[in-house]
Design a protein around this ligand. Structure first.
Ligand code: NAX
Length: 327
């Protein structure tokens, strides 16, 4: 049987954590033959640590055959020790009266500390996924704080946007979501993301031809996907959690186990592809094989797409400029 791998999860007592940990432990992320050790991080606050204890009791009570160890931590330096995978979910939410700059600064603080801890103690091959918002910029900060780890090991979660876009396309065309290939989401995990179905097929047919409605793309599809998080908060009174956890599972599983040529979306440090400045943490269409992702190359960027990409890029470079002095 396989040697256990270490999976660190931060914000483990939060809502996404509650929807995520049980699925990791049951083998949905890394495969039904891969034993895991969970290294869970929460803030030192007594309430959070108690809540974490409760989650651990429930994990124990599932008696998952693949779950061979569970640890509770309040310090990233111990939580990230030798970790092979790190899902950075915990972040500082925007409080009442908090300005955007305060939010960026509070998160810059968290992700600088966590990036340094990963740099110091994690496996040299650690695969890092940042979920906590602002996800792309937090991933950028962690990456910049970990100079001894390969930059490519740091990623941000755009998969929820990708899955949301796929679901909207399936419902518009009246076909099953499983039939969709070659969907791309460019840019920031924010309402500026650009979900792009120009190359997509569903059951082998061109999505663009099937829908054949530029106004729907611009006025319905993009705003619906971009504002889906807000729509869920309005309906549920809480932000998306199960769908976010599901996207995190999809992201890590595909990165670790491969996509068999299928396109997925990951936020990754740019290598300059499509004119995005190097190191900007940008959503790209990728394929994964052998534990590595590869950007889908050679896609034509038309005028409308370029405009959308420029807009989301501008937002990201502004965010990065806003935290530069903190790095
Ligand atoms: P919750 O507030 O339910 O849970 C967050 C948990 O993180 C809390 O238990 C808190 O104590 C902990 N935490 C805070 N700072 C920490 C630190 N420095 N170290 C360890 N733990 C820490 O939020 P939840 O709904 O679980 O969402 C978590 C994050 O995901 C938020 O930042 C949220 O904005 C973000 N999201 C990102 C999405 C994406 O697609 N990238 C979608 C869903 C979600 O909105």
């Amino acid at each position: 049987s396989k040697k256990p791998v270490r999976v660190a999860v931060t914000g483990a007592a939060g809502q996404i954590g509650y929807a995520l940990l049980f699925r990791i432990a049951s083998g949905e992320m890394l495969g039904k033959d891969q034993p895991v050790i969970l290294q869970l991080l929460e803030i030192p606050d007594e309430k959070a640590q108690n809540a974490l204890k409760g989650v651990i009791m429930e994990l124990e009570d599932c008696a998952f055959p693949l779950l061979v160890g569970i640890e509770a931590h309040s310090d990233p330096m111990t939580a990230f020790k030798d970790t092979d995978y790190a899902l950075l979910v915990g972040a500082r939410p925007r409080g009442p009266g908090m300005e955007r700059a305060d939010l960026l600064a509070a998160n810059a603080q968290i992700f600088t500390v966590q990036g340094k801890a990963l740099n110091a103690v994690a496996s040299r091959n650690v695969k890092v996924l940042v979920v906590g918002n602002p996800a792309n910029t937090n991933a950028y900060i962690a990456m910049k704080s970990a100079p001894d780890l390969p930059a490519k090991n740091f990623t941000a979660m755009l998969r929820l946007d990708h899955n949301r876009a796929a679901s909207q396309i399936a419902s518009k065309t009246g076909k099953a979501v499983a039939g969709i290939e070659k969907l791309a989401v460019w840019g920031n995990h924010s309402p500026t993301m650009y979900a792009d179905y120009r190359f997509a097929t569903i059951d082998g047919q061109s999505v663009k031809t099937l829908i054949n409605d530029e106004a729907w793309n611009r006025d319905v599809f993009l705003p619906t996907v971009g504002k889906r998080g807000a729509a869920i908060i309005a309906a549920r009174g809480l932000s998306s959690a199960a769908s976010a956890a599901n996207a995190a599972i999809d992201h890590m599983r595909d990165w670790a186990l491969g996509t068999n040529g299928k396109w997925v979306t990951m936020g990754i440090p740019s290598d300059g592809s499509y004119g995005i400045p190097k190191d900007v943490m940008f959503g790209y269409p990728v394929t994964c094989e052998g534990g590595e992702y590869k950007i889908v190359q050679g896609l034509e960027i038309d005028a409308f797409s370029q405009e959308c990409i420029n807009k989301t890029l501008k937002e990201l470079t502004d965010e990065q400029d806003g935290v530069k002095h903190l790095l």
